[in-house]
Write a protein that binds this ligand. Structure first.
Ligand code: F3S
Length: 579
């Protein structure tokens, strides 16, 4: 989403989440994207009727009306504000800036020429601000048809083609040499058009994703066509036929400003799957292998095993080999189970995983079951204490899913623990921390926390694992925040908002670094802690601030990237053992 659409969507979600009674309406479709509007409608957003002024008494249950991102004519807005409903203004700030410009120039005695599409809500709003002195031109020829004016201001609808601005501006200048011409095409539009032009020269085909009635999406499609590329405009992956990519060595993908990320991800996933089926090089084989490793949760299982061994290593405990199997199988089984229990996230946030689960669901279910059996076998080898820990973790996972008793659900305001915004982050981190601390409790001489230093050492291991998994979950949630909010998943990032969540992540990384730093003074293998700082807080900080602020395609590479931190952690143990 561009900035204005994201803001409008967030305002709508906030209104819908906060409304306890009464109906929430939007004045006209909030944005130009059918799938996003369907989601809002499912959450209860209604469309304010066009004949509301005559019909108003029937809208008695209405409490809030949201002004769409394209803005509204001032007289309509004033009429709306004169009613007893509360008005939430979701007009894009860039559109509002053009509205202010038009008002001030009209006050100075100018007529306003608006280069845009007649009937488009943004243009209609600007005409309202021009108060009868606005004139719409759709193309160059229309300028000659305008009556003579004394003073003229030329502005553009924010989603016009920036390459055509110069021609329009020159035509206005030659007709009114004293005219003021202000290019009001928004930077989000310009950037998308530049990308579409670049992709049209670099690729043989272009796929444009976005609503059919979205002006800026249409413009992107026209750019691809004008460049002579094989171009299609789609709203979703189902509209892409395999015949489209036949004979094309590369396809560019570009999205309109109101296209949700999950829609773009789904189309990318479809194109990637069409591309995969035609690749046969050794590199393609390696890529397919890594994809299977990540999407079957084996890679994360491997990460769990590595982190467990590294954490035990910090206190000098060489965990028996079966502990690696225990961590590996249990983490893999739990992660697969979570994917099966949360199909919405797999489908929309990680469409690559969603399609993998759909295709190999039966085998993955068998893998999940087999991994549980093997993890319990390893736990039985480790002894009754570890077996009990594993059983309690399974019980906690079950309780996390079921409905809370009435008094607890009314106290917390949620039906089950998984609806708590901090539930997902902390439960996964707690589960890993309890599991991975277990071997330290069994070491010899025992580290059982009956001495102060034993208690301290176990606590350090627990905190290292807890903070690392908490940060990993947070990183994933940052990437999926908009999708999570749309589909009603209350993650910490959704609950806190991006900015506060970013501060929270910074605080976590600092706390984690502090734990490792303090641990250096008390634990016997401090160089390992130094390594864990590099593969932990430093690695997470770099991937968040360098890469995670940009939206990803939600394919397996994202998980591969983030989960590599666990594998990195064990490199320190290997070096430490070698020396
Ligand atoms: Fe606003 Fe530009 Fe988007 S005007 S709604 S940020 S395309």
């Amino acid at each position: 989403y561009c900035f204005g659409v994201r803001r409008a969507m967030n305002l709508a979600f906030s209104c819908l989440e906060q409304s306890r009674q009464g109906d929430i309406y939007s004045y006209g479709p909030l944005i130009h994207n059918r799938q996003a509007l369907d989601l809002l409608e499912n959450k209860g957003l209604k469309l304010w009727p066009e004949d509301w002024e005559t019909n108003f008494p029937t809208l008695i249950g209405a409490t809030t009306v949201i002004i769409r991102a394209h803005g509204l004519a001032p007289e309509t807005e004033s009429a709306l504000r004169a009613t007893n409903v509360s008005v939430v203004d979701a007009t894009c700030p860039r559109v509002a800036q053009v509205q202010r410009l038009v008002t001030s120039e009209v006050d100075e005695g100018s007529d306003v020429v608006i280069w845009g599409s007649s009937g488009h809500p943004e243009v209609e709003g600007l005409l309202g601000y021009a108060g009868g002195r606005g004139h719409v031109v759709a193309q160059l020829e229309d300028i000659e048809l305008l009556p003579p004016f004394e003073k003229v201001l030329l502005v553009a609808q924010t989603t016009q083609d920036y390459e055509k601005w110069e021609d329009i501006s020159q035509a206005v200048l030659s007709r009114w040499p004293e005219s003021k011409r202000i290019n009001t095409i928004c930077s989000a539009t310009v950037n998308r058009q530049k990308e579409a032009r670049r992709l049209s020269t670099e690729c043989q085909g272009l796929v444009v994703v976005g609503g059919r009635n979205s002006g800026n999406t249409k413009r992107l499609f026209e750019i691809g066509k004008a460049a002579g590329r094989s171009t299609i405009s789609v709203e979703g992956p189902e509209e892409i036929d395999s015949s489209f990519v036949e004979g094309l060595s590369s396809v560019g993908l570009v999205a309109g400003a109101s296209t949700p990320l999950w829609q773009l991800r789904a189309v990318h996933q479809k194109l990637a799957s069409l591309s995969r089926s035609s690749e046969s090089s050794p590199f393609a084989f390696a890529k397919r292998f890594m994809r299977a490793l990540v999407l079957s949760s084996m890679y994360l299982g491997l990460g769990g095993g590595c982190l467990g061994i590294a954490a035990a290593g910090t206190v000098g405990y060489a965990a028996p080999d079966y502990f690696f199997g225990l961590f590996f199988f249990f983490v893999q089984a739990m992660h697969l189970l979570n994917s099966f229990l949360d199909p919405i996230s797999a489908r929309y946030n990680e469409p690559d995983r969603g399609s993998f689960l759909k295709k190999y669901g039966f085998y993955l279910l068998l893998l999940c079951f087999g991994s549980f059996v093997l993890s319990f076998t390893a736990a039985a080898l480790a002894g009754p204490l570890v077996l009990m820990v594993l059983s309690l973790l399974c019980l906690a996972r079950f309780l996390y899913e079921i409905r809370l008793p009435f008094f607890l659900s009314s106290l917390l305001g949620v039906k089950s623990a998984k609806e708590l915004s901090f539930g997902k982050c902390t439960s996964a981190a707690m589960g890993w921390a309890v599991l991975l601390t277990a071997p330290a409790l069994l070491s010899s001489p025992p580290l059982l926390p009956h001495t102060l230093s034993g208690f301290f050492q176990v606590s350090v291991i627990f905190l290292i694992v807890f903070l690392q998994v908490l940060c990993r979950t947070l990183l994933m949630d940052f990437q999926d925040s908009l999708g999570d909010r749309m589909f009603g998943r209350r993650t910490l990032v959704v609950a806190l908002g991006w900015k506060v969540a970013e501060k929270f992540l910074s605080a976590l990384l600092c706390a984690w670094s502090m734990v490792l730093f303090v641990g250096c003074f008390f634990l016997p293998h401090w160089p390992l802690l130094l390594w864990l700082w590099i593969s932990g807080p430093l690695f997470n900080a770099v991937i968040f601030w360098r890469f995670m602020k940009k939206p990803s395609f939600g394919d397996f590479k994202q998980a591969l990237f983030i989960d590599s931190q666990f594998l990195l952690s064990v490199i320190g143990v290997a070096i430490w053992k070698l020396i």
